[in-house]
Design a protein around this ligand. Structure first.
Ligand SMILES: Nc1nc2c(ncn2[C@@H]2O[C@H](COP(=O)(O)OP(=O)(O)OP(=O)(O)O)[C@@H](O)[C@H]2O)c(=O)[nH]1
Ligand SMILES: [Mg+2]
Ligand SMILES: [Zn+2]
Length: 310
């Protein structure tokens, strides 16, 4: 029997079978993904084969081939990966310039990882109703930066959601992963889009200006106007896996464009003479924040470690 994994709580997976029933399932055997150990070998969005048993539950015996997935390194367990979701059409990366502040390093690392499978990412700037003038100017700069590179950007306020219609158009009939730091309003936005949903939400910490990690499991939700959205727990750091310097460069679209003019074909854009990328940074064709994010990912690679702060 085949089905779609729509929820993952600990070792239990809710599988929506092709005949429309939901069966609570567990994993059978040892799943491995390209030799990488994963904290969750099966992810929300996976299509799986299940074998129902007498108790009304089932075993997942096989994962069907994935079209794509978003994976990050688990904090603290540097050899382990965590698959955020599989088989998605696009990502809504929910960000806030304040309450809490989403860092450009976090955004850039996320974007680079999505580029690995060419998954389109829409940057959704939330909480525009509570921004100061300074916050708003900073947000405008961010939007100019990312639109210039080629990413779609939206500004919204999830609490009032006057932007409902434009969001519905983008979400309709697609599978969309909602991701971002804790407290940026992922669940609040989904509660608005799906009447009667009532996902748990919580105010961010005043003292630390950070979210409270309210959502603790991933869940695929059916959108009333067609399509699916995946609510996920907020993520703090975004460690990346198995990328060599050339690949990392390829995932920063504008850096990649300039790299073609570097003197050396294997230029890492860190110290080499005749580097067109560093020249472009100096001349402000490439933003310093993007270049710093690129360097931070190279550093991970060199030191073989991942710093939680990102
Ligand atoms: N003022 C304002 N507050 C918002 C907005 N969107 C969300 N919030 C508030 O921000 C807080 C956090 O929202 P959540 O929806 O719980 O955030 P989340 O991204 O799901 O957080 P995690 O589940 O921890 O990852 C709640 O108090 C929301 O009411 C917004 O557009 N404007
Ligand atoms: Mg949430
Ligand atoms: Zn170079």
């Amino acid at each position: 029997m085949n089905g779609l994994v729509i929820k993952n709580t600990g070792s239990w997976y809710s599988v929506l079978t092709d005949d429309g029933t939901i069966i609570e399932s567990k994993i059978k055997g040892n799943f491995r993904l390209k030799g990488i150990r994963s904290t969750n070998p099966v992810a929300v969005g996976d299509r799986v084969v299940i074998t129902p048993n007498k108790e009304g539950t089932a075993f997942i015996s096989e994962i069907l081939d994935r079209r794509n997935y978003i994976v990050r390194k688990s904090p603290n367990l540097s050899k382990q990966s965590h698959i955020i979701a599989a088989n998605i059409d696009q990502v809504f990366l929910i960000v806030t310039v304040n309450y809490p502040e989403t860092s450009t390093t976090f955004i850039d690392r996320f974007l680079a990882s999505a580029e690995a499978y060419r998954v389109p990412v829409v940057l959704v700037f939330n909480k525009t109703d509570i921004l100061s003038d300074d916050d708003r100017r900073y947000q405008d700069m961010m939007i100019a930066l990312y639109e210039n590179i080629g990413y779609k950007c939206l500004t919204i306020s999830a609490t009032t959601l006057s932007e409902r219609l434009s969001l519905e158009i983008l979400l309709k009939d697609k599978i969309t992963l909602f991701s971002g730091n804790s407290g940026v309003g992922k669940s609040t936005l989904l509660n608005q889009l799906i009447p009667g949903l009532n996902l748990k939400t919580a105010e961010i910490s005043d003292a630390h200006n950070t979210g409270m990690h309210t959502t603790t499991f991933s869940e695929m939700l059916c959108l009333p106007f067609g399509g699916w959205a995946i609510d996920t727990p907020g993520i703090k750091g975004f460690g990346t896996f198995d990328m060599n310097p050339e690949e990392i460069c390829g995932y920063f679209k504008e850096i990649f464009r300039f790299s073609k003019n570097c003197r050396f074909y294997n230029c890492t854009h860190t110290h080499e003479p005749g580097c067109a990328v560093r020249k472009a940074v100096e001349e402000h064709y490439i933003s310093q924040s993007r270049y710093n994010s690129y360097l931070s990912m190279l550093e991970d690679k060199e030191e073989g470690k991942y710093r939680e702060a990102f």
